[in-house]
Design a protein around this ligand. Structure first.
Ligand code: TRP
Length: 456
C-alpha cells in the first residue's frame, strides 16, 4: 500500500502533481472521454485534465440554453502567466456562448493580505482587468464586481455558513484551532461568489462553470456540498432509473406539510408531491411513481444522463415554493505550468514566472536563466536527449505561446532525440514570448478605453 498523501491546498506553496491519483482521491471526472466541439489549446494538450459535472454545462449549450462562467481574482501583486491560463479558458467558454462574471476578492485580500479596499480596487483595474481586455474578453459579455460591494454575495456566504461547521472546514482545508477566522470566512464568501450568478437578479437559474487550477478544488467541493444541502429535492440513481428524495428542513417544513409538532399534514404533503410529479411529467416522462410516505418519487425510465434536466426542473419548482433553488457549480481543472526556477509560480517570487507587464529584456533574461530539461554537456545531450516535460521553455511554448500542435510535436521529438539543444529551445521560446508580450502590450493600449465597461 502506498501511504504518501496526495494533498490539495489552496493556500499552500507545494502541490501534488500526480494527476491520476488526484482524480481518484477527490472523485473528479477525467476530461479524457469528454468531447468538445472546438477544443482550445489547453484542452487539446491535456492541460485541462479533469472536471466536475461539466456535462450539464455542455448539455445547456447543445440545447441552446444559457450557461455562465465564473472566476475570481485576488487583487494582490501582479498578473502573471498562470493567471492568464484561467482567462484563456473563460474566453473559450465565452466564445461558446457563456456569460461571464468575475469576482474581485477584495474582502479576501484585505483580510488575508492586508491590502486596503481602495488599493485592491486599483490593482484589480490596472493589473488584471486591463489585461483581460487585452487578452480579448468581451466587455459587453463580462461583468466584473467587487465582493465588498455586492451585498448579496456576503449574505449568501453568511446563509450558507449555517450548512457547515468547523469540523467540515478542518477536513477540507486542514484548519485547526489556530486558524485565523478570515480564512474561515473567505471560503464562505467565495461560495457566495460562485453561487450568486444563478439568483434571479444576476441571470437566474442556469449551470455555472468555474475553471480553476487544481489547488482551488477544496473551494468547489465545499460550495457544491453547501448548495446540495440547501436543496429541497435531491436526484439520485435508483435500482431502476432515477429517484427524487425530498429533504425536509427548517426552512421548508411548513411548505412540506410538516407541522412544528412533527405531525404531517397529509393534504399539504400531497400537494407538494403532485407538483413534483407535474414538474417531471413536463419533461415528457410518463411512468412516475410518487411515494409521499417514503418521501420519494421514482422515474424508472430515466437514465443518469437525464439528471441535469430533472435537477433543473426541480430547482425551478423549489424556487416557486420559496426555496433558494441553487444548482451545484460545475468546474474544470488545469495543471500548473512549472515555475521558471523549478518552484511553483508565485507573484511574490518574480523569478518563478513571467508577468504580463514584463518588458522584453526582463522576459529574455528570465527565460535564459530558466530551468532546462537538457543534459549537462552538449555531448551528453546529443547522446541522451533532453526532457521536454521538465524544460521550462518547451513547457511555456506548450502552455502559452505556440498554437501549432504539429510544430510542438516536432520539437518535442527533436529535443528527446538530442537534435535540439537546450539553448536552441530557449531561443525559440524567447522569440515567441517576445512576440506574445509585445502584442499584449499593444493590445493593452488599444483596449484601455474598454476597461471601465467591464465594471458596468
Ligand atoms: N480565492 C481566489 C484566489 O485566491 C479568488 C477567488 C475569489 C475566486 N472568488 C472566487 C476564484 C471564485 C474562483 C471563483 O485567487
Amino acid at each position: 500500500m502506498m501511504n504518501d498523501e496526495v494533498t490539495i491546498d489552496p493556500w499552500g506553496s507545494s502541490q501534488s502533481t500526480d494527476y491520476a491519483r488526484i482524480i481518484e482521491k477527490f472523485g473528479l471526472s477525467s476530461m479524457e472521454g469528454v468531447k468538445l466541439e472546438k477544443p482550445s489549446r489547453l484542452h487539446r494538450r491535456g492541460v485541462v485534465f479533469a472536471h466536475r459535472e461539466l456535462d450539464i454545462v455542455l448539455e445547456s449549450k447543445r440545447s441552446g440554453n444559457p450557461f455562465g462562467v465564473l472566476t475570481g481574482l485576488m487583487p494582490s501583486g501582479r498578473m502573471h502567466l498562470g493567471h492568464s491560463m484561467v482567462i484563456d479558458q473563460v474566453k473559450w467558454f465565452q466564445e461558446q456562448g457563456g456569460d461571464v462574471t468575475i469576482a474581485v476578492a477584495d474582502l479576501e485580500s484585505t483580510a488575508t493580505r492586508g491590502i486596503s479596499l481602495s488599493e485592491g480596487r486599483e490593482i484589480a483595474t490596472r493589473e488584471y482587468v486591463a489585461n483581460y481586455a487585452a487578452l480579448g474578453l468581451d466587455p459587453e459579455k463580462t461583468s466584473v464586481y467587487f465582493q465588498s460591494e455586492r451585498n448579496v454575495v456576503q449574505k449568501l456566504g453568511f446563509q450558507l455558513g449555517k450548512r457547515t461547521n468547523l469540523s467540515e472546514l478542518e477536513a477540507i482545508y486542514g484548519f485547526d484551532g489556530s486558524t485565523n477566522l478570515a480564512h474561515v470566512q473567505a471560503p464562505l464568501v467565495q461560495a457566495g461568489d460562485i453561487l450568486h450568478p444563478q439568483l434571479d437578479d444576476y441571470g437566474g437559474l442556469r449551470p455555472i462553470v468555474v475553471p480553476v487550477g487544481i489547488d482551488q478544488d477544496p473551494h468547489l467541493r465545499l460550495t457544491r456540498g453547501l448548495a446540495a444541502k440547501t436543496n429541497w429535492f435531491n436526484v439520485s440513481d435508483a435500482k431502476m432509473g432515477l429517484q427524487v428524495g425530498v429533504s425536509v428542513q427548517e426552512e421548508n417544513a411548513s411548505v412540506m406539510g410538516v407541522e412544528p409538532s412533527g405531525r404531517v399534514n397529509k393534504e399539504k404533503q400531497k400537494q407538494v408531491f403532485a407538483k413534483i410529479v407535474e414538474a417531471i411529467a413536463g419533461l415528457g416522462y410518463s411512468d412516475i411513481i410518487s411515494n409521499p410516505k417514503h418521501g420519494t418519487v421514482n422515474i424508472p425510465s430515466a437514465t443518469s444522463r437525464d439528471k441535469g434536466p430533472i435537477k433543473m426542473a426541480l430547482l425551478t419548482l423549489e424556487r416557486s415554493l420559496g426555496g433558494m433553488g441553487l444548482l451545484a457549480p460545475s468546474s474544470t481543472y488545469h495543471r500548473f505550468a512549472v515555475g521558471m526556477t523549478g518552484d511553483k509560480m508565485s507573484s511574490s517570487k518574480p523569478k518563478t514566472t513571467l508577468f504580463l507587464g514584463d518588458d522584453i529584456a526582463t522576459a529574455e533574461k528570465k527565460i535564459k536563466k530558466s530551468f532546462s530539461g537538457g543534459q549537462a554537456t552538449i555531448e551528453e545531450h546529443r547522446r541522451l536527449g533532453g526532457d521536454p516535460d521538465k524544460d521550462v521553455s518547451y513547457q511555456y511554448m506548450m502552455y502559452f505561446f505556440e498554437e501549432d500542435d504539429s510544430f510542438l510535436e516536432e520539437i518535442n521529438q527533436g529535443y528527446r532525440a538530442g537534435k535540439i539543444l537546450a539553448g536552441e529551445m530557449k531561443q525559440m521560446c524567447i522569440e515567441r514570448a517576445t512576440e506574445w508580450l509585445s502584442d499584449l502590450a499593444e493590445k493593452r493600449d488599444e483596449t484601455q478605453h474598454l476597461v471601465s465597461k467591464f465594471f458596468e
